[in-house]
Design a protein around this ligand. Sequence first.
Ligand SMILES: [Fe+2]
Length: 201
Amino acid sequence: MTDSRLSLHEARCLLLDRASPTEAWVEHCHQVAKVAHHVGAALQQTGAEFDLELLEVRALLHDIGRSKTHGALHGWSGYCLLKGEGFAAEGRGCLTHWLKGRSHTEVAESDLWEPSLADRAFEALGPHWDLADSVLSVADSSVQHTTIVPMAARHLDLDQRYGKSPWLTRAAELAESQAAEISDALGFPLDDLLAPLYRAS
Ligand SMILES: [Fe+2]
């Protein structure tokens, strides 16, 4: 199957096709896309070069695997779903919000899945992690359920919901370092950009 490119409108339709807009995880996806757009547009103004619409599409669809499972593999499930429809590039957000910038070894060592899944996931991800990947990761770390919040609040909520674990602690660490990378690129703290969005619907 040849890959085509989904527009933002088509991505919204695809999401609607897979789930009710009243489901909390769908609203979460819209909020993550809103944050990704906000950060991505600000980065573009500093001269960073990436496809803003693709970033927003990836953010919008990052949790589409939740239409199949809410388990630990929803990221992989979402990627497989989109790849199966010819949208592997758009499915990258499913991988990046799951892997979060971890190394192959870290993912293979998890007892949540077979080590061979790490091989398949990293084969799909490829060797590069770029600024747009960091924006998506940070955007997902900034939306608690359906509310945009400081990342520390989001990660605290995850610890409370799922129980503190090395996997979640590492996710918080990686998001903080990605936020620092974005702040450097912006030339000012990312939190200054996001603060007006906190608690907004
Ligand atoms: Fe998410």
